[in-house]
Write a protein that binds this ligand. Structure first.
Ligand code: NAP
Length: 542
């Protein structure tokens, strides 16, 4: 782990306002690279990070079983050949401790720590229209100003805790998966409850089931979970990756969703049933998201095509769970495969074959309240020593709207985004000049798109500096067109009919809108490149 003393200390909040060229909020995958890029261009940069270390997602989500769902060799940064050659991935789907070590290694290797102030949560940011500059407020009173403000706060970082009545009355231990303690939690002999069965819970449950005395899983909606098929990376594979990283990254930039996998150009309905099942069986034994991203192209757009694969997966689940009643509870029937994020699993379904694991349907009998003893549903009370909330995130909008951001005329960012994200290219929003969002909101292998966006922002700032311009923000017209275009793309998918975090539907009262951009990565890249190449015509430059 890196040397914490190298980080600048948080001042007491009574000093002068510090001045930088750029302020980056967040030291995760995007923020670290943004800092590197801007510093290489000669800008003075300060990163404010809420956590006590770098890594973002890979700092906070340290629950047992947490790991990549992307192949390690495609998730790592592509921008430094030296880094690619120096770093060895231990597993094909690398685990959280290793991922955190990787991002610390990057911070040390590129001497990033000296510009990252930890334990510093940005609470507000106000645009000064006369000076074309942002002033940010850090919790505790510190203030800093910069011409450019970059929100590198991630998309899955604002934790969601359902407002269960009595939540604080519980006498046992409570955990949210995205705020997991650094010290090992010992569940041995304990009665543990897990609320939620999304991608996080699916990684965690097999580990807790093995350790706990008893585990009760409170499930509202079952998911289509696909086998991860993780394994160790052999020295030969490691060497082969190192020899062909350029090719791997080129491929990831060219495929639809930023992985090495690509959809099969045939329709699921144009082949014989035998041929269809042969492909499904072939995909099933392969690691990672192949089952989704290497499938017939129309399983994400055509209900009938989708149903052929949905039913295939349902049967795979039934085969693995011994008790037919429990198996039926685990089989999703209310949404098509892929309309919710597919969790990748290792021994998930087998956990339900253990004597010490009980699955409770809280769709049928919802959780009424948390009591001092445990969880009370409509029809029973479950006594527990620990409750794990694997209840997800206020996705895409949450990490930004929880900061009080004020643009031109004092307008509130939170109010502007109340009906869903409003941007041009996912990167800037009208009325908030020089404010950039460095988070990938495309359906994409995270790092692949995040790198592209970070580079776009750096180039844009470089352009402004070269032309001696003081600010940039998209025109209202460009933003309206982008929102309309995004909604139109969404309407061609099977995503909009299902209640999922993709649609903001996991948070009661949140506006319903597709929060991710449903275009292919090459198309999205082209749109971003064109917006810059035409001299930023869709932007107001001052
Ligand atoms: P999630 O997918 O939103 O799952 C939250 C779970 O909590 C759902 O099962 C949800 O049920 C349940 N829940 C929420 N409120 C509830 C309530 N009041 N009563 C009962 N159950 C309730 O969150 P997540 O599992 O943390 O995953 C979020 C995303 O993070 C993933 O989709 C993925 O993109 C990312 N992630 C990535 C990785 C990786 O790449 N390695 C690993 C983990 C997560 P409903 O489904 O009925 O709403």
């Amino acid at each position: 782990m890196g040397n914490m003393q190298q980080h600048p200390q948080k001042p007491d909040g009574n000093g002068a306002v510090e001045q930088y060229d750029a302020i980056v909020i967040g030291a995760g995958v995007s923020g670290l690279y943004q800092l590197y890029r801007l510093r290489e261009m000669g800008l003075s940069v300060r990163v404010f990070e809420d956590a006590g270390g770098v890594g973002g997602t890979w700092y906070w989500n340290r629950y047992p079983g947490c790991r990549f769902d992307s192949e390690s060799e495609t998730y790592g940064y592509s921008w430094s050949e030296e880094l690619l050659q120096e770093w060895d991935w231990k597993e094909h789907f690398s685990g959280q401790p290793e991922n955190e070590r990787y991002l610390n290694f990057v911070a040390d290797k590129f001497d990033l720590r000296k510009d990252i102030q930890l334990n510093s949560r940005v609470s507000a940011a106000v645009y000064d229209e006369d000076a074309h500059c942002w002033e940010v407020q850090i919790e505790g009173g510190q203030r800093a100003r910069a011409q450019f403000l970059i929100g590198a706060v991630g998309v899955l970082s604002a934790k969601y805790m359902p407002p269960f009545e009595g939540i604080d009355s519980f006498k046992g231990l409570s955990f949210h998966t995205s705020n997991w303690p650094k010290e090992k939690v010992d569940f041995s002999g304990k009665r543990v409850g897990c609320v939620g069965t999304g991608a996080t819970a699916v990684q965690l449950i097999p580990h807790v089931a093995e350790e706990a005395g008893h585990l009760t899983v409170f499930q509202r909606t079952p998911n289509y979970c696909a086998p991860c098929r993780n394994s160790e990376v052999s020295p030969e594979t490691q060497a082969a990756w190192k020899a062909r990283y350029a090719e791997i990254h080129k491929r990831c930039r060219e495929t639809s969703v930023g992985f090495e996998h690509e959809f099969d150009p045939r329709s699921a309905l144009e082949v014989s049933e035998e041929e269809r099942l042969a492909l499904y069986e072939k995909l099933w034994i392969q690691p990672g998201f192949t089952k989704w991203l290497g499938n017939f192209y129309d399983i994400m757009t055509n209900r009938e095509a989708n149903e052929t694969f949905s039913e295939f997966v349902r049967n795979k689940i039934r085969e693995r769970v011994h008790d037919p009643e429990v198996a039926e509870m685990l089989v999703p029937k209310d949404h098509p495969f892929g309309a919710k994020r597919i969790p990748l699993e290792t021994h998930y379904y087998e956990a339900y074959n253990r004597d010490n694991v009980k699955l409770v349907d809280v769709r049928k009998a919802p959780i009424e309240r948390i009591t001092p003893k445990g969880v009370k549903t409509q029809d029973a009370e479950y006594e527990l020593d620990a409750i794990i909330y694997a209840t997800g995130f206020d996705v895409v909008t949450g990490p930004l709207t929880q900061i009080d951001i004020r643009g031109e005329g004092g307008q509130s960012f939170k109010d502007k985004w109340a009906g869903g994200p409003r941007t041009h290219l996912g990167i800037q929003t009208a009325g908030f000049p020089n404010f950039f969002i460095a988070a990938s909101t495309a359906f994409c292998n995270y790092t692949v798109c995040a790198e592209m966006i970070v580079e776009w922002i750096a180039d844009c700032i470089g352009y402004l500096r070269e032309k001696k311009l003081s600010s940039i923000a998209p025109t209202q017209k460009a933003e309206d067109a982008w929102v309309e275009h995004s909604n139109e793309l969404a309407s061609y998918t099977l995503l909009t009919d299902t209640d999922s975090w993709f649609m903001g539907a996991n948070i009661p009262g949140k506006a319903r809108a597709l929060l991710l951009y449903a275009n292919t990565v090459p198309e999205y890249r082209k749109e971003c490149q064109e917006a810059a190449a035409n001299g930023y015509q869709d932007f107001v430059l001052q």
